[in-house]
Design a protein around this ligand. Structure first.
Ligand SMILES: [Zn+2]
Length: 325
């Protein structure tokens, strides 16, 4: 018998904490992620958040190897559609468990390039519009879950929606800067699903053609970098005109990009951070943006260079941090 997979083990620990937790605990859960939603099965107090915009659902493309299973009978879930990865609308074919109906839902999500996103939020009979300076469907989940958490604390929808209008992204999460006169966006990417989504966002909504991808393998990044083989780098094949690869494991990344059939003359390995930024900038056409996709420690190091250059505020002086209570 196969050993339990890390995600399942983590889910089991969280479930135990929720079941044994103090009375009055409210769980705020993503209804569209089957493993997360199952954590709320039978709990007395749960607020579910999810997306209900059918125009954004796509057919499920994932492989059977990472199927998600019904917490009651163990059957593999059937997906009616996914927003990305295994996040979407699903049900058990035996009829004993289905995606919970979200208490806080986005009934429409309109992504306007890399600049902003408009969401129509519905909570019971109340509705509100939210505009935030972020892109990417995964950030729609951050919005509905933030509103759901506020609801669990008794904050009315109108107030949480208004608060989100003044929100600024945290460092490295769609953070904007200029590199040698060219606009650049930092998109932290630290696992296959996250990587796929930031790539998709950069290509689809940012019309990205110039990339700097930085892979480190320190403890905070994960020592094992084999996960890069689960990232759909094939998305870059038609989009990328130039890719700088950097970081401790730049060569692994280069091999991965080769297998994604990206022509070798579009890939440049540059180990020094400052030189990597310079090469990315010099290879970006006028009017184009540089998309920087680093793993966690690579982002810290790149940010340190950019902060030294004066292109970025140190993260502890950034507005995003000041905005926190
Ligand atoms: Zn079932």
């Amino acid at each position: 018998m196969a050993s339990p997979r890390p995600l399942e083990t983590t889910a089991a620990h969280i479930r135990r904490a929720l079941v044994k937790g103090p009375e009055g605990v409210t769980a705020v859960l993503n209804a569209d992620d089957p493993m997360v939603a199952a954590l709320g099965d039978g709990l007395p107090r749960v607020v579910y958040a999810g997306l209900d915009d059918p125009t954004l659902l796509q057919p499920e493309l994932s492989h059977g190897a990472d199927a998600k299973f019904c917490p009651r009978c163990g059957s593999p879930f059937v997906f009616d559609g996914v927003y990305f990865g295994h996040v979407g609308h699903y049900h058990c074919p035996r009829g004993d468990f289905a995606r919970p109906s979200p208490d806080v839902r986005a009934t429409s999500v309109a992504i306007e390039g890399m600049e902003r996103m408009r969401l129509r939020i519905s909570e019971g009979a109340q509705e509100a519009d939210v505009v935030i300076p972020l892109s990417g469907l995964y950030n729609a989940y951050n919005v509905v879950l933030a509103i759901a958490a506020a609801r669990a604390l008794g904050v009315p929808l109108a107030r949480s929606a208004a608060a989100l209008r003044d929100f600024t992204p945290a460092f490295g999460r769609m953070e904007r800067t200029m590199i040698d006169g060219r606009p650049a966006v930092l998109l932290l990417a630290k696992n296959p699903t996250g990587f796929n989504e930031v790539l998709r966002t950069a290509i689809q909504f940012g019309k990205g053609s110039s990339f700097l991808i930085a892979l480190n393998d320190r403890i905070a990044d994960g020592r094992d970098v084999s996960w890069i083989w689960d990232v759909n780098f094939e998305q870059l094949k038609d989009a990328a005109l130039h890719i700088v690869v950097s970081g401790d494991r730049a060569l692994d990344l280069r091999v991965r990009l080769k297998y994604a059939e990206i022509p070798a003359d579009r890939i440049e390995v540059v180990s020094d951070w400052r030189s990597a930024l310079e090469r990315a900038s010099a290879s970006t056409a006028d009017g184009q943006t540089i998309f920087i996709l680093p793993t966690y420690t690579a982002m810290l190091e790149l940010r340190a260079v950019l902060t030294r250059d004066g292109a970025l505020q140190p993260y502890w002086q950034g507005r995003a941090v000041d905005a926190k209570p």
